[in-house]
Design a protein around this ligand. Structure first.
Ligand code: NAD
Ligand code: 4TP
Length: 366
């Protein structure tokens, strides 16, 4: 398979959520063909058929799109054994919207109802995606949403034995990376995070000099490589209100964050010292910056999502392969109803495709 033809792999994630809905929506609208690459999708084949029928019944889809199911015994151990050859030897209809890699669920799928018996299937999708990406079978992974609590409740752990906490941490550990960075991007802003899925009480301890330094370096590297910005302008949030108010409202800015940022400033990087987060996210500052680094998940992401939920892409910087994702969760309330928008999946596919083509990334329009 030539470089241009390497597929984009979509994991549909939690089967009770909207992951399959948004794939079917793009397939029906012929939008999966926009990327000039085969689209591979991991899902339970029976559940996908049922979901398509439900969406037709809900008058969301005019008809069930055509796809080609691969029934081979795909599992995380044998997935790298010539899957491409198996697929290319199939008589795949030209009008197939995607190749479905059948990963069977253990229990029947009911829209909106989490069943932790199916959590292993969700984790298996990620295992397979990692293996296909790390061995260059697919050009990129584009993840649909999973319900973190369902994997945790099923006892699924990360490689290091800690509880499952997200795709970002999963792919980081599978790839043997010491550090990766979660960035969400839309037309209004790009926000990268120093910490990802941690309870609030654990965040101060995770704001170490090394973590801040690694985050900044990965953001600089990927802003250069992936976004073509030779001198990215980066603004950094403090941890505390008013960036610590000169040490009166917290000392992390003075003791940890600013000394690291000063190293980068001294090296000629266009980066701020720790700024009060509330005023950093104002139009004047955002107009003069290429990326914001926030200290934690809910410091940065609510601001970003309020400026374009549905048109935002979540990407992982610092991985040895391309991984983008939708900006939304499982939306259990919408599964099977037709109420789920597929715009974020489209943007995530588009960004992954542009990265795979090594063209510079066009940040999605809001
Ligand atoms: N990429 C991921 O895997 C990912 C991302 C975010 C959240 N999650 C997980 O999803 C679960 C539910 O999280 P949540 O309720 O905070 O967020 P959510 O995104 O599932 O839902 C928030 C609100 O947005 C609506 N919504 C979500 N996606 C939509 C779409 N495509 N079109 C129209 N409306 C949409 C929902 O109906 C709901 O009202 C949690 O377990 C969370 O961890 C997963
Ligand atoms: N913070 C992410 C978001 O808002 O999109 C979400 O939790 C998903 O994280 P992972 O991609 O690590 O699963």
């Amino acid at each position: 398979m030539t470089e241009e033809k390497r597929p984009l792999l979509i994991t549909t994630g939690e089967p009770a959520g909207i992951g399959m809905d948004v794939v079917l929506r793009l397939a029906t609208e012929s939008k999966l063909q926009d990327f000039a690459r085969p689209i591979w999708v991991t899902a339970d084949a029976k559940a996908m058929q049922t979901r398509a029928e439900e969406l037709v019944a809900a008058s969301v889809l005019k008809s069930i799109p055509s796809w080609h199911t691969i029934n081979t015994d795909i599992n995380a151990d044998n997935v790298d054994v010539n899957l491409v050859d198996q697929i290319s030897q199939q008589d795949i209809d030209a009008d197939s919207a995607f190749i479905l890699l059948d990963i069977p669920c253990a229990a029947p799928v009911v829209c909106g109802q989490i069943n932790i018996a199916n959590s292993a299937m969700v984790a298996q999708q990620l295992d397979i995606a990692h293996k296909l990406a790390i061995n260059n079978t697919v050009a990129a992974i584009v993840t649909g949403p999973l319900q973190k609590s369902a994997l945790i409740d099923a006892g699924i752990k990360l490689l290091d034995g800690t509880m499952f906490s997200g795709h970002t941490e999963f792919f980081m550990q599978q790839s043997g990376c010491e550090k990766v960075v979660m960035m969400l991007a839309n037309q209004a802003m790009k926000v990268a995070l120093v910490t990802t899925h941690l309870p609030l009480k654990d965040i101060p301890a995770a704001i170490t000099a090394e973590n801040v330094r690694q985050t900044v370096q990965i953001v600089i590297d990927d802003m250069r490589e992936k976004f073509g910005l030779a001198q990215p302008r980066i603004l950094v949030c403090g941890l505390n209100p008013h960036a610590g108010e000169g040490g009166h409202l917290g000392s992390e800015e003075i003791e940890i964050i600013n000394p690291v940022l000063q190293e980068f400033i001294d090296a000629g990087v266009n980066i701020s010292e720790a700024m009060p987060a509330d005023t950093l996210f104002t139009t004047r500052h955002l107009a003069n910056c290429d990326a914001v680094i926030a200290m934690y998940h809910d410091q940065g992401l609510p601001v970003l999502k309020s400026h374009g939920f549905g048109d935002t892409v979540n990407l992982t910087l610092g991985l040895p392969y391309i991984r983008t994702s939708v900006d939304h969760g499982t939306a259990l309330d919408l599964a099977g109803s037709g109420g789920a928008s597929a715009t974020s999946l489209y943007q995530a596919l588009n960004m992954a495709n542009e990265m795979a083509d090594k063209s510079l990334i066009d940040v999605p329009a809001v």
